[in-house]
Design a protein around this ligand. Structure first.
Ligand SMILES: [Fe+2]
Length: 334
């Protein structure tokens, strides 16, 4: 069991109020850090990774709602519970807070006993989330170990994830769907962990029996991730990223409408990245050859032509440069 004192970030522009809170927390065995404005609160939370945030609504710069929105959008801080301290008891403020991702509210002036009870209960939830988060970190790290085995695919999972999210944005997908694309992109090939290196790294074409083994990776990937609650909605992307619209893909041979749009998005960016980068069995292709081949494959009934056209438009735009990751492993430190 973790016995370190729980660390609570107090974000309040009133120093005296913050000090009173800090004293109360100290008296009950918690450690605390104080931030006096919104920007400071965001930066401190990312740096210190507190176990909980007590957040004032009215602060100079970014207000409490904006701070909550930001903290819930970063991978590192999104599971940190936030209690908003508000002098406003009206419903509107709470609704805005809930929308920003706030987990609980306390109306000022607060009663110490009530505040401490809520802190305790959210810290219990946080402890459970931490366990989940550990499992998530392990699996996301494993996804990158596959790449480390094969220098040709270094950065592939990261690019597929970024590309899929960018294409999802262009196709007006919701925030939740973008999150599914983000995780599905990183994890899509995780089943390759179970594929022998002699097959995975073989220069040249695979034999039929080797290809049969290679074709098991989407289902194995699904099995690896199926107990990972936070990746639950990305499982179809892992399982079906080698399906083709005409039913010639694997593992299920799904056809047409059976293949959801998010899977089609991963199909396109996965193939695009494989073609435009060097592999053990081929050189990197230029963009022209890549797209002409992929359009041929659309005619053959493999990919979704509308999704490919949207992707081509994006690749040709100036915006494309900005999604290319600076470092292949950047997500590990995100
Ligand atoms: Fe794959």
């Amino acid at each position: 069991m973790d016995i370190r004192p729980r660390k609570i970030l107090i974000a309040d522009d009133s120093r005296p109020d913050a000090e009173i809170l800090a004293q109360l927390l100290r008296d009950h065995g918690y450690s605390s850090i104080i931030a006096n404005n919104g920007i400071d609160a965001i930066e401190t939370a990312i740096k210190e990774l507190p176990d909980l945030v007590l957040l004032d609504v009215d602060m100079p710069g970014e207000n409490g709602y904006e701070v909550a929105r930001q903290l819930k959008s970063f991978r590192a801080t999104r599971f940190v519970p936030i209690i908003m301290l508000t002098a406003l008891s009206e419903l509107g403020a709470k609704l805005e807070g809930l929308e920003a991702g706030v987990d609980d509210f306390i109306t000022k002036p607060y009663r110490s006993v009530e505040l401490l009870t809520r802190i305790r209960s959210l810290l219990r939830v946080k402890a459970l989330n931490d366990q989940l988060d550990d499992a998530e970190n392990i699996i996301f790290t494993l996804a990158r170990i596959i790449e480390a085995k094969d220098s040709y695919t270094l950065g592939h999972a990261d690019r597929v994830s970024r590309f899929a999210v960018s294409l999802g944005k262009k196709l007006n997908r919701s925030k939740e769907e973008l999150d599914i694309l983000d995780k599905g992109g990183v994890l899509h090939d995780i089943g390759k962990l179970a594929i022998p290196d002699t097959i995975l790294l073989k220069p040249g074409a695979l034999t039929r029996s080797e290809f049969d083994i290679m074709k098991t990776h989407p289902v194995i990937g699904c099995t690896i991730c199926e107990r990972l609650r936070s990746a639950k909605d990305s499982l179809p992307l892992i399982r079906h990223h080698h399906e083709k619209l005409n039913g010639e893909g694997y593992p299920e041979g799904l056809k047409g409408e059976q293949i959801p749009l998010l899977v089609r998005i991963v199909n396109i960016v996965d193939i695009y990245d494989a073609l435009t980068t060097r592999r053990s069995y081929k050189d990197a292709w230029d963009i022209e050859k890549t797209f002409s081949t992929m359009y041929e494959e659309v005619k053959r009934g493999w990919w979704d032509g509308d999704v490919l056209r949207a992707w081509e438009k994006f690749v040709m735009s100036e915006e494309f440069e900005s999604v290319l990751p600076k470092k292949p492993y950047s997500k590990l430190i995100n």
